[in-house]
Design a binder for this molecule. Structure first.
Ligand SMILES: C[S@@+](CC[C@H](N)C(=O)[O-])C[C@H]1O[C@@H](n2cnc3c(N)ncnc32)[C@H](O)[C@@H]1O
Length: 158
């Protein structure tokens, strides 16, 4: 894996494995009843909540994370139609995922992007992985960060 992502996060103790975030709960509550044989890509697997709640109704769930303990937990669950990948969403490695998706779920869509170029690279990756009618699902809280970057502000002001 290359090193575009934040090394501090990679080694984070990932408290959200024990306590799923409120944003993920809200998105899951909205999305889970809609799942019917869909392909789901779950960005930032945490405690794999979305896979646990959809594996009976989804066609497949692929998830990815850059936190080893999240990856290990996802593998350990042994859900037959759920696969977890250790991959950086800002890298082209994401394009190596083996499926096209009806839903790409990323509650932290902009939270960890260090600049607008990173964010754009990730969005291009997501668009390449979406089926034609596919949807990217996020949470408003996870969309609030992208313009905090100085480079992003100057990007929008030029
Ligand atoms: C706050 S946790 C949220 C976990 C889970 N979605 C939840 O809400 O319970 C942030 C997640 O973003 C993922 N993440 C952050 N930067 C990433 C990157 N560059 N590539 C892939 N995943 C990333 C982490 O691996 C982690 O799973």
């Amino acid at each position: 894996m290359n090193t575009l992502y934040n090394e501090d996060l990679r080694n984070h103790n990932a408290s959200w494995i024990d306590n799923i975030t409120n944003d993920q709960i809200e998105v899951n509550d909205w999305l889970v009843p809609q799942i019917n044989k869909h392909n789901i890509l779950f960005a930032g697997t945490g405690n794999s909540s979305l896979a646990i709640q959809t594996h009976n109704t989804a066609n497949l769930i692929d998830g990815f994370t850059i936190i080893r303990s999240e990856y290990d937990l996802g593998v350990k669950l042994g859900i037959p139609n759920y696969r977890v990948y250790y991959v950086d969403k800002y890298s082209d490695e994401l394009l190596g995922l083996p499926n096209q998706y009806d839903f790409i779920v990323d509650i932290n869509l902009s939270s960890y992007a260090k600049d607008i170029e990173c964010f754009a690279r990730m969005m291009n990756n997501y668009l390449a992985l979406l089926k034609p009618q596919g949807k990217i699902v996020s949470h408003t809280n996870g969309l609030s960060y992208v313009c905090q970057s100085v480079r992003c502000i100057s990007y929008y002001s030029t």
